[in-house]
Design a protein. Sequence first.
Length: 159
Amino acid sequence: MDHLKIYRKRMIPDECILLKDDIILEQTKDLIITKWNTLKPRQDFQYGYSCYFLNHGYKVSKLYREDNTFLHWYCDIVDYQYKEKENALIVTDLLADVVIYPDGFVKVLDVNELAIALEKKLCDPQRIIQALKKLDSLLNLIYDNKFDTLSSKIEQQIL
């Protein structure tokens, strides 16, 4: 069977991109860990590692600058759809994100995009509810000092 193809699907902007250069480092029924470079050149970061938590609806990424220094953790709230015939995983960005900086500061991003998606009928209202529940679950993990249960999956791959 062909190796798994991973697609990043976004609502804002509306796009679906094959992550053809991502390297799968580990794949189980519960998670997928990848190493990747940015799709387009960026000033703030160059590459990273991502762990797709298939049972939770998070994608946790560790981002690095060009000089190989750690920038921050970036957590996407996502939905997964597996297409068996194509051996493809469609990862839909559910808009809300969480950034965790090296000093422990936590920042929630793009919650306003959930409202925009609802107003413009870019997705079903049930999907917005799902995104908010996943965001709450992730934030509770972080605030309960249990983020390491997620980040350790990537850290084990990097060592």
